[in-house]
Design a protein around this ligand. Structure first.
Ligand code: UTP
Length: 244
């Protein structure tokens, strides 16, 4: 079974549109997909993290302290997801490091010595964590986890249906890029600003890790559960693919 990492935006999990119905549908989808791939989920902090970061910044907290607030939100969101999934499907304790997450899945990489993805029996079908330490976002955590478990693709479920040449929420003439290189993705990610709580489609640290690994990144609108399912299963999907 191949290993796949999902970077689930906190704003997707805590959808402001119809939160209770969406969370149930999302959990049903994750359960279905987990019978076909070895599934790892890293949950973001979303608007809850941004709320705390904005309040803290207004009161003069350091970037380190703001990052810690953001990490707290990612772990709270993670716990909500695992509580709804239940103990048969997911871990009920949220690992605080990539190493602890790997241990949760029974130890080392799923990648065999020849580089192919090996078969591993995982007792926990859906393994869930949030942030780890200050200085990056959960996108970077997802890329680090992907490397540690020998995953074959990273899915970023975010609020836009893929990567644009510039922020589509600000620029009405932004162009959707259905396929782009890792080099271009790194350029776009680096243009997104720094500090706690940036608004970027994918974290630059994570983009650089994927560029080094040469492992594809699929960017999908997380509320589109058909696109999300297809991306998780490696099928054609509506979104962007970062490759080569
Ligand atoms: P997110 O991972 O949620 O940021 O972390 P994001 O990707 O911008 O937001 P969504 O969820 O996809 O909408 C929120 C904040 O928490 C801190 C950072 O300040 C980050 O911006 N954080 C998170 C860390 O410092 N370290 C981590 O490992 C994770």
């Amino acid at each position: 079974m191949e290993s796949v990492v999902l970077s689930l935006g906190g704003s997707i999990l805590i959808s402001q549109k119809n939160p209770e119905a969406f969370l149930g549908d999302l959990c049903a989808l994750l359960e279905k997909v987990s019978s076909e791939v070895n599934l790892y989920v890293v949950v973001g902090g979303g608007w809850i993290a941004r709320y705390y970061i904005t309040q803290g910044r207004a009161k003069g907290l350091s970037e380190h302290e703001l990052d810690l607030l953001g990490i707290g939100a990612t772990r709270m969101n993670s716990r909500l997801l695992t509580a709804v999934l239940g103990s048969k499907l997911s871990n009920q304790h949220i690992p605080e490091s990539v190493e602890a997450m790997v241990q949760l899945s029974g130890g080392g990489s799923d990648r065999d010595s020849d580089g192919s993805s090996g078969v591993r029996s995982n007792k926990i079908p859906i393994k869930v964590m949030g942030g780890t330490e200050p200085g990056h976002t959960t996108d970077a955590v997802s890329a680090m986890l992907l490397e540690s478990v020998g995953g074959t693709r990273l899915i970023n479920a975010t609020s836009v249906n893929g990567v644009y040449n510039r922020d589509p929420n600000i620029h009405s003439d932004a162009v959707h890029l259905p396929e782009l290189t890792h080099e271009r993705m790194v350029q776009i990610a680096q243009g997104g600003g720094s500090g706690a709580g940036p608004h970027i489609v994918f974290d630059p640290t994570g983009a650089k890790i994927l560029q080094r690994l040469q492992i594809p990144l699929y960017v999908v609108k997380g509320w589109d559960l058909t696109a999300l399912e297809n991306a998780l299963l490696g099928k054609d999907f509506d979104g962007s693919i970062v490759i080569d």
